[in-house]
Every structure is written in structure tokens, then in C-alpha cells.
Design a protein around this ligand. Structure first.
Ligand SMILES: C[S@@+](CC[C@H](N)C(=O)[O-])C[C@H]1O[C@@H](n2cnc3c(N)ncnc32)[C@H](O)[C@@H]1O
Length: 195
């Protein structure tokens, strides 16, 4: 994964950007032996792009593909736009991920939906976006922060009931992101191939 330089102050070693698991949940997942279901021409719909920390690493992987980066905070979008100037495979979209119809003119069917939105209705957002944009056979990687959904219940109970809210997808794997991200889980699901 050769990259054009440091994006958010991360170190570069022998030309490679350090992808610190404490800075990125996707890095934490990969360090747990998760093999990212992407190749260089994959297309990714990324929900909750923030200023582009993890988006920039996904952009390094899909060098000939595209990352559709959805973020609803105008403030974060300013930094994200700077990143998009330097990287032509990221399409910035200022929009609310809970209204996926709002970006239908900009997004094509994708190989992976990555979601990291820290909202109470995370399952609903994932379901709606996958139904609209995820290709049959494609994958959802959902970073779930249980405290954003319910602070009063036990995190594992929140995790189980939230997963039940995911529709139209088969859950393949659920992994915690300890030690770097407490009360966070990665839910990996796939959309069945059409008969
Ligand atoms: C935990 S941060 C994401 C960090 C980022 N994924 C990374 O690893 O670099 C969550 C982001 O989701 C955004 N967000 C929350 N709800 C959203 C929604 N409904 N639509 C779009 N963005 C949303 C927030 O503004 C915030 O920037």
C-alpha cells in the first residue's frame, strides 16, 4: 500500500504509512486477522467519513477503485475536501447517511459498505444503505459503538439486539475491537447473491 505521504501526522516508514489501530477501528480489526474483502479496483461506500483518517487508508487499498465518503458534519467535510484534492479516488458527499436516497445520483453499486456513524439507529442506517447500494455478494463492515445506542444496558445485550435489526444481510462474524477500542464491535455481514 504505497501512499503519497502523511495525511494526519502518521509516520511514514520505508515509504509506507503507519496505520495505527488506536487511531482507526478498521486497523484494529485487521490486526485481529480480518482479511479486508477488497481489491485494488473495489468500490466502497464509507458512512461516517469524519476528516478522512480511515478513508485515506481505504483509498490506499482501492487504488483503481473509488471510495464514496459520506459525512454530515460540514466542519469535518472541510478537512475531507482537502484530502480529496490530493486523492482522486475519494468522492466526498456531504449528506445524512440515514437518508441514502439523498446521494443516489452520486453513488453506484459498491463491493463494500463501511459504516462508522456512532448513531442510535445504526442497524437501520446499515440496512437502508446496503439495500440500495451493496452489490449481491458484497460485504458490510459495521463498526458498532454500543454506547451510542444505549448507555444503560450491558454492551453485549445491546450488540445482540442491534444485530437483529439488520435486515437483508447474513451476519458472518462479530469481533470486539479490544484492546484499542472499548465497547466497540465489528459486525461483518454479506448480501446474498441473487439466484
Ligand atoms: C467515529 S466518527 C468516524 C471516524 C472515521 N470513520 C475514521 O475512522 O476516521 C463518526 C462520524 O460519523 C459522522 N456521522 C454521524 N452520523 C452521521 C450520519 N447520519 N450521516 C453522516 N455522517 C454521520 C459524524 O459526524 C462523525 O464524523
Amino acid at each position: 500500500m504505497i501512499a503519497p505521504g502523511s495525511v494526519y501526522g502518521e509516520r511514514i516508514v520505508n515509504g509506507y504509512r503507519i496505520w495505527d489501530r488506536s487511531r482507526s477501528k478498521l486497523s484494529a480489526l485487521i490486526t485481529k486477522d480480518f482479511s479486508l474483502p477488497l481489491n485494488r479496483s473495489s468500490k466502497v461506500l464509507y458512512l461516517g467519513a469524519a476528516t478522512g483518517t480511515t478513508v485515506s487508508h481505504v483509498s490506499d487499498v482501492v487504488t483503481e477503485g473509488l471510495v464514496y465518503a459520506v459525512e454530515f458534519s460540514p466542519r469535518s467535510m472541510v478537512d475531507l475536501l482537502r484530502l480529496c484534492d490530493a486523492r482522486k479516488n475519494i468522492i466526498p458527499i456531504l449528506a445524512d447517511a440515514s437518508r441514502p436516497e439523498g446521494y443516489c445520483s452520486m453513488v453506484e453499486p459498491v463491493d463494500m459498505v463501511y459504516q462508522d456513524v456512532a448513531q442510535p439507529n445504526q442497524a437501520e442506517i446499515a440496512t437502508a444503505n446496503c439495500a440500495r447500494y451493496l452489490k449481491p455478494g458484497g460485504y458490510l463492515v459495521w463498526m458498532m459503538k454500543t454506547r451510542s445506542i444505549d448507555v444503560t444496558s450491558a454492551p453485549k445485550d445491546v450488540l445482540s439486539s442491534e444485530i437483529l435489526g439488520l435486515k437483508g444481510l447474513q451476519v458472518l462474524k462479530v469481533m470486539d475491537l479490544l484492546p484499542s477500542h472499548r465497547d466497540h464491535w465489528a459486525v461483518i455481514a454479506s448480501r446474498a447473491n441473487e439466484p
